[in-house]
Design a protein around this ligand. Structure first.
Ligand SMILES: C[S@@+](CC[C@H](N)C(=O)[O-])C[C@H]1O[C@@H](n2cnc3c(N)ncnc32)[C@H](O)[C@@H]1O
Length: 405
């Protein structure tokens, strides 16, 4: 048998070692890159090209980066854009003054989906528990004005747990312990029959005002409770498709029954300054909207800044909450507007013990598989300027509603 001379064999081993070290580094680093950075890296050598392709493929199949119960893929038959890039958060987070540093999130190749970033390893239950545990500590964090939300610098590895810890440390579950009226129930599990919840003091539904109350962080019950239907994550199959005029849009990938919970609108919540000592308020929302409008007019980005007004029972005042999902958000940021109200209704969901409500989407009618999910962005104000609307409904006003934030 012919034996390779020792020097050559040694050379080959060193080459192989170099390659495997390169692969290892690439698998660790490339999933953190933005699309332009990834494209640059792929030009370097065949190995990085192959890894970049697998990452791009994984990103287009998993818009939610495995943070949700089900995979939510992008489909694009129009052009070569494989996916939209943004930081994923499954629940609301508090924006902070250093939010410009929130730029990166691990979004690995499919092989890593079974690794530390896997939904099976940290399922929705653990996510909820984690949110609750960290959420319970939120008050003290809030008043201490902790604004370090730099995911890139603090999360050293592709660990989903560390990412969640980062995000959830700022998740909006501000517990108001001083207010006895919001103290939760002591039910072990609230009893659900159809749309009704029986025997739980937390449950109430003011359909005409679009407000629902659920159990929350100050209740004894867990996520299995019948009065927490919006807290178990996304349970319907969805996909994101590209339209030539409207950009990306969210579509049903199964039949969704009327009344079924679809998702919440998660993003950076800019709340009124009275609730925090931070200056992330309506003023900040206005500043951001101006920038987004400017960028949108050049075709740069689509703004996903939503303004919610919750009218207080007195009718004299309203709580204004701004949720910005433009850079940090969930799949609800892809829901387009329809002038006829679309097929989704919105509800403000209050949970016992949490100060801020969440905006949740429910199917307002049966939605067939393949249909686009839409809702009305608000009242149309007569304006000379505005983005053109392409909702295609018979009552289309031709202009998208816009908040004068
Ligand atoms: C919340 S985002 C929706 C997702 C967006 N289509 C995307 O590609 O990211 C809102 C933006 O989508 C576009 N959009 C939503 N509904 C539309 C409609 N009916 N007609 C035209 N553009 C629409 C506008 O650019 C709007 O500013």
């Amino acid at each position: 048998m012919w034996e390779q001379p020792t020097r050559n064999r040694h050379k080959k081993t060193t080459e192989e070692e170099k390659q495997s070290r390169l692969c290892l580094c690439a698998h660790l680093i490339l999933p953190w890159l933005t699309p332009p950075e990834l494209a640059n890296a792929s030009l370097t050598c065949k190995t990085l090209l192959k890894i970049s392709k697998s990452i791009t493929n994984h990103r287009s199949l998993h818009a939610s980066r495995s943070f949700e119960n089900l995979p939510i893929p992008f489909h694009n038959t129009l052009d070569k854009i494989p996916y939209a890039y943004f930081i994923y958060t499954p629940s609301q987070i508090i924006a902070s003054s250093s939010s410009h540093s929130l730029q990166r999130q691990f979004w690995g190749p499919s092989s890593d989906a079974r690794g530390p970033n896997s939904a099976t390893q940290l399922g929705p239950d653990s996510v909820g528990r984690l949110s609750q545990e960290i959420g319970n500590n939120y008050c003290s964090e809030l008043v201490s004005g902790n604004d370090d939300d730099d995911l890139g610098s603090k999360s050293r590895g592709p660990s989903r747990l560390s990412q969640l810890t980062q995000l959830d440390a700022h998740s909006v579950c501000i517990v108001d312990e001083s207010d006895e009226s919001v103290s939760g129930c002591e039910c072990e599990e609230c009893f659900e029959v159809g749309d009704e919840i029986f025997g739980c003091p937390c449950f109430s539904e003011l359909e005409e005002l679009g407000i629902v109350s659920e159990c929350g962080p100050s209740c004894e019950c867990g996520l299995g409770c019948g009065n927490r239907s919006t807290q178990r994550g996304i349970l319907v199959r969805l996909k994101i498709m590209r339209d030539v005029k409207k950009g990306w849009g969210l579509f049903a990938d199964q039949l969704i029954r009327q009344g079924q919970f679809v998702c919440e609108y998660a993003g950076q919540t800019l709340i009124p300054s009275q609730l925090t000592r931070e200056l992330l308020t309506t003023k900040e929302a206005r500043r951001r909207q101006q920038i987004y409008d400017e960028l949108a007019s050049h075709g740069g980005i689509s703004s996903a800044l939503l303004v919610i007004r919750e009218h207080l029972p007195s009718g004299k005042a309203c709580l204004r909450i701004n949720i910005d999902a433009t850079r940090v958000g969930n799949i609800a940021r892809f829901i387009n507007h329809s002038c006829d109200g679309g097929n989704l209704s919105t509800m403000l969901v209050r949970s016992s013990g949490a100060v801020l409500p969440r905006l949740c989407f429910f199917a307002s009618k049966d939605i067939k598989e393949g249909k686009e999910l839409t809702f009305s962005y608000g009242e149309i104000r007569v304006r000379s300027k505005g983005l053109p609307c392409f909702c295609g409904s018979s009552c289309c006003f031709g202009i998208l509603p816009s908040e004068h934030t």
